[in-house]
Design a protein around this ligand. Structure first.
Ligand SMILES: NC(=O)C1=CN([C@@H]2O[C@H](COP(=O)(O)OP(=O)(O)OC[C@H]3O[C@@H](n4cnc5c(N)ncnc54)[C@H](O)[C@@H]3O)[C@@H](O)[C@H]2O)[C@@H](O)CC1
Ligand SMILES: [K+]
Length: 573
């Protein structure tokens, strides 16, 4: 079992414009179009087959014209449909059109009927989408989606699927449902969260010979195990259960005791030395017969226990008693995770909000893990608003409550009060079932109890939770009917197989970075010795990387996988 190793930079459109300006002298559109043509060639089902290319009124359309010219030269029967006025194309796109025209190509005004398409390419809109796709563009998008389905052919989106907001992952009107997306220069957050994963298909990155991070700091990052690898330490021989912390879970009002059991079992199996459960229901059992290692207590007794970290909320209900217990929990100086009913109480009780903010003043870590509806309550908005800008909502939560915030859902966002944010790329719709949030809470509190810092605990738990669901689905326990409890053993497996920093590393560039992390002079020397010269300008993943060490979700073709010496350096994840 392996999980995506490397965290990758993500850029919102405004930050990408800075990169584009810094690299304005370079023929980026030519490189983008050529990289797209390379991928299109490998995707097309027939050599020399009929390729439909939709070109829009901006530079995304320019990329499409460059790709069209290359595909024509490679013998494909290319039909380009262009809606708009050639005279109003931006400069680079107009030049791309002229090259295409000089080469014998011509642009059509409507999709020709007749050919059996072997590939459709969407070059209507990229990061310049300004409003919902409507009118003739919407008709074109609808037709392209329908043709791809009818002809069973791949639909390749250039930079991002037209209609998808690349910053937020929100659909804006009719949206291309791509089977593949080739994204240029760097990843965009909207490809990985909200509607993005559903509409992008398999994502390929074409760096266009740029190293984005050297030109502008990223807006965000995807979550890779490198972000928390420093905490994946082998267990020392001379340790005992006291070395791995005491995790507590508080909740379990009448008829909701199971939520605490799920969280407790997850905390135990993610490595907490001892796990204590505080059950509010006075008639709750005194033992979890399936997990007798768990220690069950009355809530007051739990709060008086010497805990290393505490999760509050699973099945907690919203009674006055629960609220008082939560206030007492906020007064504790340990890392405190609030989930589920604890978040609903936080949204409605000003006393709790004050108590949570006061924790930040004292330097006590608080973590919030809402799903979109809980986030909407905490922000006094509605779920649609939260989903329209998931990263914005997570950042607002983090800043308003001065806490680390996780916004769950497709492409979970992790945000810190200092403005850093991360997008998770693991996970599966099979997770949309009761209790998976309780399992996540248990995983987080387990890592906190073992001494992990709050941010790293969140990143690791979110990432492993998604990877565990993928593993369960791959082994046939889903997508239909996956249960929350089944994720726990897989999450344990994923954690135990996560490479700690001391394991062999797979690429010279991150090797240098990880070696610095270890602060080991010897490793730094080794890293320098094996580093690319010049360093790989791709994502940084070089051609000498053995195929077997590539990420497991590398489903898109990887044949044009070249190092910076090649024309188009790109990689797939
Ligand atoms: N500028 C650069 O250096 C590079 C740009 N590249 C490509 O250029 C794209 C960005 O180009 P642009 O900034 O020109 O933006 P787009 O090509 O994404 O679209 C902008 C154009 O579409 C129109 N438009 C926006 N939303 C519309 C809607 N809903 N209905 C109708 N018209 C709409 C705008 O008025 C404008 O004419 C990238 O996504 C990428 O594909 C690549 O070639 C790489 C290099
Ligand atoms: K596009």
């Amino acid at each position: 079992m392996t999980t995506p190793i490397r965290s990758e930079p993500l850029y919102r459109a405004a930050d990408l414009r800075r990169i584009e300006a810094a690299a304005a002298a370079q023929p980026l559109m030519q490189r983008a179009g050529e990289a797209a043509a390379d991928l299109a060639t490998s995707l097309s089902r027939f050599e020399g087959g009929a390729v439909l290319i939709l070109a829009g009124p901006g530079n995304n359309g320019g990329d499409a014209f460059v790709a069209a010219r290359h595909l024509r030269q490679r013998g494909f029967a290319v039909s380009v449909v262009f809606l708009g006025e050639i005279s109003r194309l931006p400069e680079d796109a107009a030049a791309a059109y002229r090259d295409f025209d000089d080469d014998g190509g011509s642009a059509l005004e409507a999709i020709p009927s007749g050919p059996r398409w072997s590939l459709i390419v969407d070059g209507l809109f990229g990061i310049g989408l300004q409003r919902p796709v409507s009118g003739p563009f919407a008709a074109m998008v609808t037709a392209a989606n329908a043709l791809a389905l009818r002809h069973h052919c791949p639909l390749l989106a250039l930079d991002c699927p037209s209609g998808l907001d690349a910053d937020t992952g929100r659909r804006c009107g009719e949206t291309i449902r791509a089977s593949h997306t080739i994204t240029f220069i760097a990843g965009k957050p909207g490809l990985f969260t909200g509607d993005g994963p559903e509409y992008c298909g398999s994502i390929t990155h074409a760096a266009l010979d740029l190293h984005a991070e050297r030109l502008a700091p990223p807006s965000a990052r995807t979550i890779g195990s490198d972000l928390f690898a420093a905490w994946l330490r082998p267990r020392a021989k001379n340790t005992h259960k006291g070395s791995f912390g005491n995790a507590g879970v508080l909740g379990g009002a009448s008829s909701m005791v199971g939520a605490v059991f799920l969280a407790g079992r997850a905390a135990l199996k993610l490595g907490s030395g001892r796990v204590y459960l505080g059950l509010i229901d006075a008639r709750a059992p005194a033992l979890d017969p399936l997990q007798p290692e768990l220690m069950l207590r009355r809530p007051e007794a739990l709060l008086a226990t010497a805990l290393s970290a505490l999760a509050c909320g699973p099945g907690m209900g919203g009674s006055d008693e629960a609220c008082e217990l939560l206030l007492r929990a906020c007064a504790l100086e340990l890392p405190l995770l609030l989930d589920a009913d604890a978040l609903n109480m936080l949204a409605r009780e000003a006393r709790l909000q004050e108590a949570v903010r006061a924790r930040a003043h004292r330097g006590a870590v608080t973590l919030l893990t809402p799903h979109p509806t809980e986030a909407a309550r905490l922000l006094a908005g509605d779920t649609a608003q939260v989903q329209a800008d998931r990263a914005g909502a997570a950042l607002e939560l983090a800043s308003r409550y001065r806490a680390l915030a996780v916004l769950k859902g497709c492409g979970t966002i992790v945000a810190a009060p200092d403005g850093r944010w991360f997008v998770n790329t693991t996970g599966h719709p099979a997770l949309a079932t009761a209790g998976t949030g309780d399992v996540l809470s248990g995983m987080i509190v387990a890592l906190l109890a073992q001494g992990w810092p709050g941010l790293e605990a969140l990143l690791a738990a979110v990432h492993l939770h998604g990877a565990a669901a993928e593993e369960r689905v791959a082994s046939g326990c889903g997508p239909v009917g996956l249960t929350a409890g089944e994720i726990i053993d897989s999450a344990r497996l994923c954690l135990n197989h996560c490479p700690p920093v001391s394991q062999p590393l797979d690429c010279a560039w991150p090797l240098a970075r990880r070696a610095r992390l270890l602060r080991s002079a010897w490793l730094v020397r080794v890293a320098r010795r094996f580093a690319c010269t010049p360093p790989c300008s791709s994502w940084p993943r070089c051609s000498f990387l053995p195929r077997s060490t590539r990420p497991p979700n590398t489903s898109a073709p990887i044949s044009p996988y070249r190092c910076s010496s090649g024309r188009a350096t790109w990689c797939t994840w």
